[in-house]
Design a protein around this ligand. Structure first.
Ligand code: C5P
Length: 302
């Protein structure tokens, strides 16, 4: 039977650009959470490492020369000194180049899945998880948080993960106007200047109080994304008009935006009111793929 690993959408509840490194990468302060919307990665034994891409959003990846999933597989095989064989099937449900981690989530799912499939057991020990985190950081700035697969405060360029405040149960709507946005272009179009890191409480008891805190924060990439893709502004207007919407903001470098709701069912109903031409999803938060492996320090031990 195939082994399966989910690759849930990463959502940046706030994203402050706090600095810029000499190599051009930006330093961030961002609370990342995971939505129930996800891609799925399947594994079955095979004589070599191959990848088939299926699903509603697969077509956007057919022209790609080297999928991040295969790069993750090769990197792990090299690092672990194993042959690195297997037939992977990526069921692509999340829109690509859309600010919710897509390719990073898939790469992180590949690391978790192949760790199991190849019997490496890295994710089962603190030392192995640290090695895996280092590989994740080489694959992309968002891959470490997707590997952790649970809410985390991202710092550095994304490779430094701190425990997130305790989150209340709640719902979320995701909406994408079906226009891809290239992350480097959005960072380039950003107004100069930096934000301070967010000051967050240790947790929230309910969604309205979490939304109230988040309302004092921002996504520093939102104005640049709106300038490059004006449809992002339309998505935000539509989300804010949904009954029960507590807060709406863009995720990552866009164009996907999220809205917070008191519960998942309310969010699922609200999503259906958005234009059918958009990619839209509504439901609850998730602990994410592989949360039981979490490489993060616990709050008490942090
Ligand atoms: O690491 P990743 O390949 O996901 O990053 C894509 C691009 O996004 C980088 O080449 C860079 O232009 C930009 N980026 C950045 N600062 C970050 C993350 C990404 O400038 N922290």
């Amino acid at each position: 039977m195939d082994m399966m690993e989910p690759a849930p959408a990463k959502v940046n509840l706030h994203l402050h650009v706090t600095g810029r490194r000499s190599d051009g990468y930006h330093e961030l302060d961002s609370l990342a959470v995971f939505a129930g919307a996800s891609d799925q990665l399947l594994y079955r034994p095979a004589a070599e490492l191959i990848l088939e891409i299926q699903g509603p959003e697969a077509a956007a990846l057919f022209t790609e020369r080297d999928n991040l999933v295969l790069r993750a597989g090769r990197l792990l095989a090299d690092a672990a000194g194993v042959p690195g064989r297997g037939a992977l099937v990526l069921k692509k449900a999340l829109p690509v180049a859309s600010g919710i981690g897509g390719g990073s989530a898939d790469a992180a799912a590949a690391l978790r899945l192949l760790d199991r499939a190849w019997g490496l057991g890295w994710m089962a020990s603190a030392e192995g998880r640290a090695r895996m985190m280092a590989l994740a950081a080489r694959l992309g700035a968002d891959v470490p948080v997707c590997l952790a697969g649970r809410p985390a405060l991202m710092q550095g360029i994304g490779e430094t993960l701190l425990p997130a405040p305790d989150l209340p149960p709640g719902g979320m709507v995701l909406a994408n106007p079906r226009q891809p946005l290239a992350t480097p272009a959005v960072f380039r179009a950003r107004e100069p200047g930096f934000s301070a890191p967010a000051e967050l409480p240790t947790g929230w008891h309910d969604m309205p109080s979490m939304a109230a805190t988040l309302a004092t924060l921002h996504n520093d990439l939102e104005p640049a994304a709106v300038a490059l893709c004006p449809a992002v502004a339309n998505v935000l207007v539509a989300l804010r008009a949904l009954p029960g919407c507590l807060l709406a903001r863009m995720s990552g470098s866009g164009a996907t935006c999220f809205a917070l709701f008191a519960d998942g069912q309310e969010a699922a109903r609200a999503a259906l009111q958005l234009p059918a031409a958009w990619w839209r999803w509504g439901g609850g938060f998730t602990a994410g793929g592989g949360s039981h492996y979490s490489p993060l320090a616990s709050r008490a031990g942090a």
